[in-house]
Design a protein around this ligand. Structure first.
Ligand code: ATP
Ligand code: MG
Length: 453
């Protein structure tokens, strides 16, 4: 896929010249001539590089740069500064531009800079890909929200700021936490996960802070706590919403002072770790309800990340399904199952209340039950292949990322299922209404996904 470039320039002469040169060099270019239209572009699709003019008719290019880095932290910005203004170049670099270009410049220069930027990006992505493959923990997904999430992860990972990951159960929070570790300078250090929800309150303190021998009955040995074990690496506090407020106070102190004391210990021990926390609960609710202290919340959520539920990114479902099929067959050394297009469609339409974990379990079951075979709708669990309730009209926004054939196919299916549902599952009546034969109807539904008369 050719990299997408956003060109923001209001001078038609410059814009035309650059657009031409970039397009000829093989880039896919989107042009905007105001701040407003640039922001609209950024909200719609993701770009590898943005080339920005500083002076724009409806605002300042440097403000746009800030917005850009907020909306698409993974996008590299090249800022064009007019009239050899050194200050704006310095400002741009301070805000986070990858490079700047004083106007006027020959087009070859911008092409060279662009090439260099893209090469650096590619190397970074390749490295991440290699590391992920080595540990088999790639975060699969191509939807705009996932792309945005991953580019934020890539840009915050190298920093030391505390990250709070929020998202429903099974959305992949732990994978994101591992990715933050892997892409940080602490990657060679330990990644220590504490499941705060699974440790009884009475044990939590010694689990986190450790204890000296004889600190309490049963403490027959000295134990290093998780905070100490995470030294030089990342501490992952999973289910952070389950930590009782009293313990939050102690943790807060440790986070502020970067020192701890084991239970029963005399001296303080220096600890240096990066904190990543995760929860599937609504943190604002927890704070409002007094279950999470506000000061603790502010401390752990310097950078909040949200992993979207699977139903909000149905385009990722087929990708994930194929990913799990491939991985499971590798693990079990069996032939991968094949997923028929109709089965994939149904998987993509199901709302997945258990998110990616539920999808993974379904694929695992299918792989075990039908190795090497083709999965058709009738193999799927009943909740996945259920008939949609009648709502009167078929109103479906088909993603423009589909090919025309796929889109038509998907619409046809919806339409048929809708009519069938309205006929109470009676195929003869549905076929008559659709003006096709019963056999044809049955074939179109993938050979018997729906039971009925
Ligand atoms: N985008 C993804 N690509 C590949 N695998 C994924 C993805 N998201 C989740 N998974 C897999 O789904 C399973 C559940 O993910 P994970 O444990 O990270 O969820 P979680 O958000 O931490 O859930 P919980 O809140 O229940 O702890 C894991 O096996 C994980 O590897
Ligand atoms: Mg988890």
């Amino acid at each position: 896929m050719e990299p997408r470039i956003l060109l923001v320039e209001d001078d038609p002469l410059y814009a035309g010249m650059l657009f031409e040169a970039l397009t000829q060099a093989g880039y896919k270019v989107e042009h905007a001539d105001t701040v407003a239209s640039a922001v609209a572009c950024l909200e719609l699709e993701s770009f590898a590089v943005a080339i920005l003019d500083v002076r724009l008719p409806d605002g300042d290019g440097l403000d746009l740069l800030r917005t850009l880095l907020e909306l698409q932290p993974g996008c590299s910005a090249l800022v064009m500064t007019g009239h050899a203004s050194v200050e704006s170049a310095v400002d741009a670099m301070k805000i986070g531009a990858a490079d700047y270009l004083p106007k006027p410049f020959p087009t070859e220069v911008i092409l060279l800079k662009l090439k260099r930027l893209l090469r650096a990006r590619r190397l970074e992505e390749e490295l991440e890909g290699l590391r992920a493959r080595a540990s088999d923990t790639r975060f699969v997904g191509q939807s705009p929200r996932v792309r945005r999430l991953l580019s934020t992860v890539r840009s915050v990972a190298p920093k030391n700021a505390n990250v709070l990951i929020q998202g429903e159960s099974g959305t992949g929070k732990e994978l994101i936490a591992e990715m933050l570790h892997r892409l940080s300078p602490r990657a060679e250090g330990p990644f220590v996960r504490v499941n705060c929800g699974a440790i009884p309150e009475s044990l939590l303190e010694s689990e986190l802070f450790g204890h000296e021998r004889g600190a309490f009955t049963g403490a027959d040995r000295r134990r290093r706590g998780m905070l100490e074990q995470a030294h030089g690496g990342t501490l992952f506090l999973d289910e952070v919403g389950e930590i009782p407020p009293a313990m939050q106070v102690k943790l807060l102190r440790a986070l502020q002072e970067r020192r701890i004391r084991r239970i029963g210990g005399e001296s303080e021990i220096e600890v240096d770790f990066r904190l990543v926390a995760a929860t599937n609960r609504d943190v604002e609710d927890l704070v409002r309800g007094g279950e999470m202290r506000e000061d603790f919340y502010f401390r752990i959520a310097v950078i909040p990340l949200e992993v979207p539920p699977l139903r909000d990114r149905p385009g990722d479902i087929p990708l994930l399904a194929q990913h799990f099929v491939a991985r499971l067959s590798r693990i079990h050394g069996t032939e991968p199952v094949r997923l028929s297009p109709e089965a994939l469609d149904l998987l993509a339409e199901y709302p997945w209340p258990g998110n990616v974990r539920e999808l993974e379990n379904v694929i695992e079951r299918l792989q075990v039950l039908t190795p090497g075979d083709t999965i058709t709708p009738r193999h799927l669990p009943p909740e996945v292949r259920r008939v949609r309730p009648a709502t009167g009209t078929v109103y479906e926004v088909v993603s423009t990322r589909l090919t025309l054939r796929e889109a038509v196919h998907r619409f046809e299916r919806r339409f048929i299922e809708q009519v069938l549902a309205e006929e109470g599952g009676n195929r003869t009546a549905a076929a008559a209404r659709l003006g096709i034969s019963r056999k044809n109807l049955w074939e179109k539904l993938g050979g018997g996904s729906v039971t009925g008369r």
